[in-house]
Design a protein around this ligand. Structure first.
Ligand code: FAD
Length: 400
């Protein structure tokens, strides 16, 4: 069947990349982008980095416009899907017919009980970023509590410290990111916070927010209360799939859209899911993964473009890659650490804390973390998954 109508739900990095990719591939049919965020499409990584810090004007994060891809744009939310009749209904009541539908509707931050509350922030949208910046301006050199020490919490803490704000990070795990990196490596990474004057409280959770209507503190499960002029909550995200209830689209326990290695939701490859919302099958690991990182959304968008315009679909396999900018430096993670990996840490010289970690899977390099060491990342890329990659990369790092 020839494809004449593509509808894309979500106009962020994944959705806009599908639109631009289709045009680049010569697709001449209609493209319709649906997204309720009036500022979309824009990139999210600068929201916790350059834009929050005030180093970039917000329009530097723009990902272009629907006009540029000859696409129709609806500033509305998808509200219901009928895959049998290939109709998407919007919250405006409009109905869109499609030949191919791409679900790129991402994820939304989890909240704490008692939210919304003045002075308590999430950070997902450009509007969130503006609101947080305004509040950081308001509190001057006051006290910020960041709940959650993952990548976004750490970047917010880093930006707040650069503005002279007294910052405390509260993390339920024994060390931030210990679930992903393992405890030993996570403890090393945590030192970055201490080096930069951030108070890091680990192994404790939030019992509740204090102060109403404006937040004045955060009560912890160990009985302490932290005074706060503002609070940022960065405790993870959940897929935006409530609106798919009753559609027959299969979801995992977390609400992620289940799809195959082509990002296809159905056997006919009529509906696809990509990016933060999608739990796609990894053909080598033989399990489904939901990945909440930028490069994954981009790669899956490219895979879907190939699926739609042909000639033959290409299975997507995510080469796990994450970066994070913190305290004037850069952290990168290449490959996904496994709890069974052996770990070798190599330290480098330089003004910033600098080290690299090889996650050894037998003789192979299963994953590598680099901290403030770009050349170590280059060496890791060469060695990842190579038969004797683990020893090779450690030797290369020692010679840098
Ligand atoms: C502050 C911040 C910093 C980040 N930094 C990094 C980083 O340094 N490195 C990295 O790898 N990743 C980073 N990420 C993660 C990365 O931005 C995401 O993985 C990426 O944005 C996912 O893209 P997506 O297109 O799948 O979904 P999203 O970016 O979540 O976009 C989904 C879009 O769908 C729209 N939508 C939702 N529901 C509906 C609906 N019912 N109908 C229509 N539209 C809908 C939303 O409005 C949104 O515009 C960061 C994320 C944030 C929030």
């Amino acid at each position: 069947m020839s494809v004449r109508r593509v509808v894309i739900v979500g106009a962020s990095v994944g959705g806009s990349r599908v639109a631009s990719g289709l045009r680049q591939a010569g697709y001449t049919g209609s493209i319709t982008l649906v997204d309720p965020d009036p500022d979309a499409p824009y990139d999210r990584p600068p929201l916790s980095k350059q834009i929050l810090a005030g180093d970039w004007a917000p329009d530097r994060a723009s990902l272009g416009s629907a006009g540029q891809w000859r696409a129709e744009r609806h500033t509305a939310a998808a509200a219901a899907l009928n895959p049998a009749s290939r109709v998407l209904r919007l919250d405006t009541g409009d109905e869109l017919e499609y030949d191919r539908l791409v679900l790129a509707c991402g994820a939304s931050p989890r909240t704490l009980p008692g939210m919304p509350r003045r002075g308590v922030h999430l950070l997902r949208t450009l509007a969130d970023c503006h609101a947080l910046r305004a509040d950081l301006d308001r509190i001057g050199s006051g006290r910020l509590v960041v709940v959650g020490g993952g990548f976004i919490g750490a970047e917010v803490a880093s930006t707040a410290r650069s503005r002279g704000i007294g910052t405390t990070v509260v993390e339920a795990l024994p060390a931030p990111l210990s679930g992903l990196l393992g405890e030993e490596v996570a403890a090393e990474l945590a030192l970055l916070h201490e080096d930069n004057g951030v108070r890091l409280l680990c192994g404790v959770s939030v019992a509740g927010l204090v102060g109403d209507p404006v937040v004045t503190g955060v009560a912890l499960t160990d009985g302490r209360t932290l005074d706060a002029d503002a609070v940022v909550v960065g405790i993870g995200v959940g897929p935006n799939t409530d609106w798919l209830a009753g559609s027959g689209v299969a979801l995992d326990d977390d609400g992620g859209v289940l799809c195959d290695e082509y990002c296809a939701v159905d056997a006919d490859h009529t509906v696809y899911a990509i990016g933060d919302v999608a739990r796609c099958r990894d053909p080598l690991l033989r399990r489904h993964l939901r990945v909440e990182h930028w490069t994954n959304a981009v790669e899956q968008a490219d895979a879907v473009v190939r699926g739609i315009v042909g000639p033959a679909p290409v299975a997507h396999r995510h080469a796990f890659f994450v970066w994070s900018d913190q305290y004037g430096g850069k952290i990168t993670l290449l490959g996904r650490p496994d709890p069974g990996d052996d770990v070798t840490v190599v330290r480098g010289a330089g003004p910033l804390r600098r080290f690299a970690v090889a996650y050894r899977r037998g003789a192979r390099l299963g994953a590598a973390l680099t901290v403030n060491w770009p050349k170590a990342l280059v060496a890791a890329r060469r060695s990842l998954d190579a038969p004797s990659g683990a020893d090779d990369v450690v030797a290369a790092w020692k010679n840098l």
